[in-house]
Design a protein around this ligand. Structure first.
Ligand code: DGL
Length: 271
């Protein structure tokens, strides 16, 4: 059982930031990564749509023997975590990306102001506000949706003058004045972390989900006795619901060698 893969999903390449951190923290583990490129971006879809996508992807991952499910997407974590839990057998843990980051923030900051940026879906759900202020009532959570960013990053459009201008424009909002830390509440955003840091000139901590979530996955698998002990070379599978060239390029950049990208048309009869 423990040598079976971890199932990880997102709307696109964003969750690769989490997959990469999982690979670093758990080098023996295999995984199947599913990018729902047919429905990207998730950020402006209705909660009902997100729930139905997340359920179908989870079913696919379970039918391929995944021993754990990582919802590597804030929007899906906000809207579909409970639904995913309902369809997953008890022995399969489900890890979302919001709870580990909210717990980390609530424990590391005694008081003060925490900013959050994310998709419209994540910000409108107020999930970070609810989770962080529940764990630590002395923290004030201020959030702003940054809807252009995920699509911009998905297209490989970052680390240039235009992306920096868009990022600066979002971060300059008065809501964020005097924040002590900023949470990157979308798994695409670690790819623009440097640009965000540049805006704050290193004076504000930028919290991203990748390593915090990878630690949570390690801890959960350890507690459940699900860590891989076989010593075999791990296998990585990359699946998408609609083939995109930018996705294939991104997997090669993240994982250093060209990865085979398999299209799984789970939304059409042919599947
Ligand atoms: N990476 C996702 C998230 O964390 C989704 C971005 C999108 O598809 O809009 O919210």
């Amino acid at each position: 059982m423990s040598h079976t893969p971890i199932g990880i999903f997102d709307s696109g390449i964003g969750g690769l930031t989490v997959a990469k951190a999982i690979q670093r923290a758990l080098p023996n583990e295999s995984f199947i990564y599913f990018g729902d490129t047919a429905h990207l971006p998730y950020g402006d879809k209705s909660p009902e749509s997100i729930r139905s996508y997340a359920k179908k992807i989870t079913e696919l991952l379970l039918s391929n023997n995944c021993k754990a499910i990582v919802i590597a997407c804030n929007t899906a974590s906000a809207h579909a975590y409970k639904e995913v839990l309902k369809i997953v057998p008890n022995h399969v843990p489900v890890i979302n990306v919001v709870d580990p980051v909210a717990t980390y923030t609530a424990q590391h900051y005694e008081k003060g102001k925490i900013g959050v940026i994310g998709t419209k879906g994540t910000i409108q759900s107020r999930i970070y506000v609810k989770r962080i202020e529940k764990h630590n009532a002395k923290l004030k959570v201020l959030s702003n949706a940054t809807p252009l960013l995920a699509s911009m990053i998905e297209e490989g459009y970052f680390n240039n003058k235009i992306s920096q201008t868009i990022i600066n424009n979002y971060l300059a909002k008065p809501t964020f004045k005097g924040i002590d830390a900023l949470i990157l509440g979308c798994t695409h955003y670690p790819l623009i972390k440097k640009e965000v840091e540049r805006f704050y000139e290193g004076k504000t901590e930028i919290i991203d989900s990748a390593s915090v979530v990878a630690s949570a996955v390690k801890e959960t698998l350890g507690k459940k006795g699900l860590l891989c002990t076989s010593g075999k070379k791990p296998k990585y599978h990359f699946w998408v619901s609609d083939y995109t060239e930018s996705f294939e390029k991104s997997t090669a950049i993240f994982f250093k060698t060209k990865q085979k990208l398999v299209e799984k048309r789970i939304w059409s009869e042919k599947s």
